[in-house]
Ligand binder design. Structure first.
Ligand SMILES: Nc1ncnc2c1ncn2[C@@H]1O[C@H](COP(=O)(O)OP(=O)(O)OP(=O)(O)O)[C@@H](O)[C@H]1O
Ligand SMILES: Cc1cn([C@H]2C[C@H](O)[C@@H](COP(=O)(O)O)O2)c(=O)[nH]c1=O
Length: 220
């Protein structure tokens, strides 16, 4: 089973991935987890890293299709790694997948270009590159303000020395990305979605609680 974990920057994807892996292991399933971009492991991830360290004006000059192509190529270069993980485990969890590319590039593009851009990314990644569609995609629907607070709690990252990278720093963009994710989930783009609401009554739910909701949906 291939499960993608999606959400805006700082939504809690990595934390949830680890919690789900722990619960699945407790049920006797073998589980592997990886994340995209594959920083330090693919040539394309170097291109991504360069993008994320640009200033806001420079980033705005990068066409959404150019940015999308770097991310897609990172996944294409990683297809052997993913196939190996899937062959050796019952469940493979991936922190970000193709839906990230659609949500972020659509949010960066003029609204009228969104449908064409989405179709182009899907054709490139699932068509030309033959990348797999997950069995389910989990949307960690943390609101933008809560996610910004969580990014501040993070330690250093290996791809940037900034507290907020070029995409994280743009809060209006993050809000548009979240709205685009909800739209993808409602339309079932890339198959089945499970939508999680980590903030309840103004408080973050514990990761174990969120993970239990996902596992109950996956293995009823
Ligand atoms: N449910 C939660 N309750 C409390 N703290 C959380 C929760 N989820 C995540 N955190 C904390 O928030 C911070 C960001 O979480 P995490 O790294 O999982 O986010 P992310 O979505 O993977 O981020 P990014 O997109 O930037 O890689 C971490 O310090 C993590 O410990
Ligand atoms: C995989 C992928 C990612 N992005 C965006 C989303 C984030 O802002 C950055 C990097 O991701 P990280 O989780 O912060 O390391 O890139 C994207 O636009 N398209 C993608 O396919």
């Amino acid at each position: 089973m291939l499960i993608a974990i999606e959400g805006i920057d700082g939504a809690g994807k990595r934390t949830l991935t680890e919690a789900i892996a722990g619960l699945l292991a407790g049920r006797g399933l073998t589980c592997a987890a990886t994340s995209f971009p594959q920083y330090g492991r693919t040539r394309a991830a170097r291109g991504v890293q360069e993008l994320l360290n640009l200033g806001p004006e420079e980033l705005a000059r990068i066409e959404p299709r150019e940015a999308a192509a770097w991310y897609a190529l990172d996944r294409f270069e990683s297809r052997g790694l993913l196939a190996g993980l899937r062959a050796g485990h019952d469940v493979v969890l991936i922190d970000r997948w193709i839906a990230s590319n659609i949500a972020y590039q659509r949010a960066r593009a003029p609204v009228a270009e969104g449908p064409g851009l989405e179709a182009w990314i899907l054709e490139l990644e699932t068509g030309l590159y033959g990348l797999p569609v997950p069995d389910a995609t989990v949307l960690v629907a943390t609101p933008e303000t809560a996610a910004a607070d969580l990014i501040r709690r993070k330690g250093g990252r290996d791809y940037t020395d900034k507290a907020f990278d070029a995409l994280e720093a743009n809060r209006a963009l993050q809000a548009r990305v979240l709205a685009t994710y909800h739209d993808l989930a409602a339309r079932g783009v890339l198959g089945r979605w499970i939508v999680l609401h980590p903030v309840r009554d103004g408080t973050l739910r514990p990761p174990a609680d969120l993970a239990a909701e996902v596992v109950a949906a996956l293995l009823p």
